[in-house]
Design a protein around this ligand. Sequence first.
Ligand SMILES: [Zn+2]
Length: 186
Amino acid sequence: MSKLYFRYAAMNAGKSTNLLQVAHNYEERGRETIIYTAEVDHRAGDGIVSSRLGVKRPARVFSPSTSFADAFEARPGCILVDEAQFLAPEQVRELHRLAHQKHVPVICYGLRTDFRGVGFPGALELLALADALEEIKTVCRCGKKASMVIRHDERGQRVFEGEVVQIGGNETYESVCPSRFYEGHC
Ligand SMILES: [Zn+2]
């Protein structure tokens, strides 16, 4: 069925790996996929979705002003969106409407909250509109489910303030359980 999916997770849970596997599965059955990633994501260069397992593929990039209408006109088997937390709310509404009007499934992968514990506007709209919500689980260093993300600076100190998107910084992110997020230990 053609619907809008939101597959959410904390950092390093394998979202990109899952996306690339889905693309492979469609193509194995002779169906094209169209892959998008956020323009702000420069981890692997412009327009690349890369999995930590080593697989990578070129992707279209979206900015807050991108329309997805032309991707639906190409009648792909599926549209896959990585870093979907960076979608603008109106883009989520467009994807939901076109998935149903054009009968093309759309699978969005992304975070729910930033390192401050604040919901991304795009993720909040996805949580409101997606026809299917699916969690990709990962674990905190204590072994409990990690549902939050914290940021460390280049010295390994936790950072509580700053831009949500840092280009070219040396910060690192860790997926943690709520106890570690709020108490600093678990
Ligand atoms: Zn923990």
